[in-house]
Design a protein around this ligand. Structure first.
Ligand SMILES: NC(=O)c1ccc[n+]([C@@H]2O[C@H](COP(=O)([O-])OP(=O)(O)OC[C@H]3O[C@@H](n4cnc5c(N)ncnc54)[C@H](O)[C@@H]3O)[C@@H](O)[C@H]2O)c1
Length: 279
């Protein structure tokens, strides 16, 4: 006799909301989810030179037979978040009028936007400021909580939703310029645990996990002053003999979002070919 409920077949229309959808892990996961049948809402922050690339991503999503709603905005801005949620609600209303039952099956937090200054420097101008510290924590960690609060209140996430937040070894290790991002990663993992517990206690059917990627060559990594050393250490330590790719993470998120994993929540999951445990 089975103790657990047997989930009914899910006939709803699957959408993914990807925060940081124009580059790196967010871009690769948006494309992989589109190929797996999801429609994509992509939040990104890009300026003129990068907008052509965003158009190319949208074309590739459309070529996969999916649909893309991309919004260029600061994901940590409360008013912009409210407008983005209104835009999702309005697109979902159109889909319901067309006879489908849409919901956000996947929410991914993959924002890279932080200060890379040390805490101590001879000249105070070269050390991190309060504003830079708070901005890094706000974008890279706390914004997850505010998005989940608003999406939950709006009823855009619910039974079956899987939330992922991108973390790194920086949550437990030190790199000279990475102090604020390390703090953000530690907070982000803690936020995932807290949200997992609260969402479960509410009987929401929503799971949330942090994804700890191995070292991956992306624009964000290349902005870290010590990136050469980080890449060299990753290549040396990774027992699988190569660095992680954005496709490794995208493929894992597609698989983890399939049916049957409703009991997996509150974890930090390594997608790194064994790099973390071979420290
Ligand atoms: N690259 C690595 O080695 C690595 C490893 C583990 C974890 N991570 C984490 O993965 C996440 C994504 O990193 P990436 O390497 O894919 O970076 P990336 O620079 O390739 O992509 C970052 C994305 O975030 C968007 N973005 C940044 N700030 C934003 C803001 N304020 N509002 C809206 N959008 C914003 C950008 O437009 C872009 O789409 C980060 O949290 C990073 O710390 C990276």
């Amino acid at each position: 006799m089975s103790n657990g409920p047997t989930p009914a077949a899910d006939a709803r229309e699957r959408w993914a909301l990807v925060l940081g959808a124009s580059s790196g892990f967010g871009e690769a996961t948006s494309l992989a989810l589109a190929r797996a049948g999801y429609r994509i809402v992509g939040i990104h922050l890009d300026f003129r030179a990068a907008l052509q690339h965003v158009e190319e991503i949208k074309e590739r999503i459309a070529a996969a037979g999916s649909e893309a709603l991309y919004i260029n905005m600061n994901a940590a801005d409360d008013e912009k978040r409210a407008s983005a949620i209104a835009a999702i609600e309005s697109r979902f209303a159109e889909r319901r009028a067309a006879g489908t039952d849409p919901y956000l099956r996947v929410v991914m937090h993959s924002l890279a936007f932080g200060s890379l200054l040390p805490f101590l420097a001879d000249d105070p101008k070269d050390a991190i400021s309060r504003r830079q510290m708070e901005m890094t924590l706000d974008v890279m960690a706390n914004s997850l909580v505010y998005w989940v609060q608003d999406l939950y209140r709006a009823g855009l996430i619910g039974r079956g939703t899987r939330i992922y937040a991108m973390t790194s070894e920086g949550s437990t290790r030190v790199v000279p310029s990475y102090g604020a991002v390390s703090a953000a990663k530690a907070a982000l993992e803690s936020h995932c645990r807290q949200l997992a517990m609260e969402l479960a206690r509410k009987g929401s059917g929503i799971c949330i996990n942090a994804i700890r990627a191995g070292v991956t060559v992306t624009p964000a990594l290349m902005k870290i002053p010590e990136h050469d050393l980080i890449i060299e250490a990753g290549e040396r330590r990774n027992p699988s003999g190569r660095l992680t790719t954005t496709q490794d993470v995208a493929a894992a998120i597609v698989k983890l979002s399939e049916d049957g994993l409703d009991w997996m929540t509150g974890n930090v999951i390594s997608i790194d070919g064994g790099e973390f445990v071979t420290g």
